[in-house]
Write a new protein. Structure first.
Length: 412
């Protein structure tokens, strides 16, 4: 190769490496278009560098060349803008036989053109479809994709969501909407679901056959703006999901306590549920909520921002290992000390933004940790903000690690 005087005499692999050193996208395109051999080098470069193509970050002149020359190696395509969707699907259907993931914005006026091209992508596993609430009847097209397992839908009217239950092979379903979706009534037939995330949901278990043994495989449930049945309803609480490991509730409408969300099903979840994230607004958790946390014997991770001393001090758990109580204005040093006493295996406690918790609690905390049997090889980690205190004048911090973090959770 050292004796080559012409770039066209280089092996294709060497030519592909040249493209990796050309920073400007327009320069890469011009080089690729200069000669068929250079186009082959670009194809090899693109096959390695652009298996995941985010079209929003690239000009159409560039990503269209990627799909044309190296589409067989592309496994993921994303185009969140409305423009060029038809051109994208045409290229994908012609040149991307191994495409596994697709993220696009669809409109009713172009759906008739897009649908057959989308249906031709038989290896699709994950699809994200965005709409502007005008509506598109997409279910028949998704029936043509035998490997589809994950579906994200954003901005569709309810009339387009009522047939999702037909896609019984789905394992992941995520919907972002502005009108409440009756998740049990509509999605109960989806027995293979492992992960479900719904923004604006109604959770009530109607007396229908599909609600017997509801979602037996579900491990992750994330509900935001959740409405439960009225107090007059006998089945008001969260239905029991035998495989559920993580539950995220982002604000209930109307306001409900954590203990009310679980209701009588808390005993069923006692030995199975591992993680809880419960966000609430305009209310304080009380003793019943603390008892609910304590009853969940398998619980290792809890995120409850905005707690008080009274609540946190009543949590008694031998299983709890991680506690996130950020921005709790009613939490003080005594509350942190009480939870350390009640949760002997706690190893991470994050109280960033708790303005009344400071370094004065470190010395009594160390005494509690010694009593709990904490060892230096597995210390307790406290995540604090800058105001916690810059200087810790204690000799024995082997049982305690203090880490300062930012509002987004990054460590300083």
């Amino acid at each position: 190769m050292a004796g080559c005087k012409n770039i066209l005499d280089l092996p294709v692999g060497a030519i592909s490496m040249i493209f990796s050193h050309v920073e400007e996208l327009t320069d890469r395109l011009q080089l690729a278009q200069a000669h068929p051999i250079l186009a082959n080098g670009f194809a090899l470069f693109a096959a390695n560098a652009h298996q995941n193509v985010d079209c929003d970050d690239l000009p159409i002149s560039y990503w269209s060349k990627i799909l044309y020359h190296a589409g067989a190696c592309v496994v993921s395509i994303s185009l969140r803008k409305k423009d060029h969707v038809v051109a994208l699907l045409k290229l994908a259907s012609d040149h991307c036989p191994n495409l596994e993931e697709l993220n696009i914005h669809i409109q009713s006026e172009s759906w008739g053109v897009i649908a057959p091209m989308l249906a031709s992508l038989k290896k699709l596993i994950r699809i994200s479809l965005q709409n502007n609430f005008v509506g598109v009847d997409f279910i028949d097209t998704l029936h043509e994709l035998p490997l589809l397992r994950s579906l994200l839908l954003v901005g569709f009217p309810l009339k387009n969501l009522r047939r999702i239950h037909e896609l019984h092979w789905l394992t992941t379903l995520r919907i972002i909407n502005r009108n409440a979706i009756d998740v049990c009534l509509w999605f109960a037939p989806l027995k293979n679901l492992i992960n479900m995330e719904i923004m604006v949901a109604y959770v009530g278990c109607p007396d229908i056959p599909d609600c017997k043994g509801l979602w037996p495989e579900m491990k992750f449930l994330n509900l935001t703006y959740v409405t439960f049945p009225s107090e007059k309803c006998q089945n008001r609480s969260l239905p029991y999901l035998p495989s559920l490991k993580q539950l995220n509730i982002g604000e209930t409408i109307p306001l409900m306590k954590l203990s009310q969300v679980f209701g009588s099903s808390v005993s069923k979840y006692a030995n199975t549920l591992c993680r809880i994230r419960f966000l609430y607004k305009g209310q304080a958790l009380d003793a019943e909520d603390a008892n609910t946390i304590s009853e969940l014997k398998a619980l290792t991770h809890v995120c409850l921002p905005g707690v008080s001393n009274k609540f946190i001090g009543q949590i008694k758990s031998d299983s709890l290992q991680e506690l996130f109580v950020r921005h709790s204005d009613n939490l003080t040093n005594s509350g942190v000390l009480r939870v350390l006493s009640g949760c002997k295996n706690l190893r991470i406690i994050d109280f960033f933004g708790c303005k009344f918790v400071n370094k004065k609690m470190v010395e009594p905390a160390l005494k509690i940790l010694k009593k709990n049997g904490v060892k230096p090889d597995k210390p307790v980690e406290m995540r604090v903000n800058y105001e916690f205190g810059n200087h810790i004048s204690f000799d024995d911090l082997t049982l305690l690690v203090i880490r300062r973090s930012t509002a987004d959770g990054r460590f300083i």
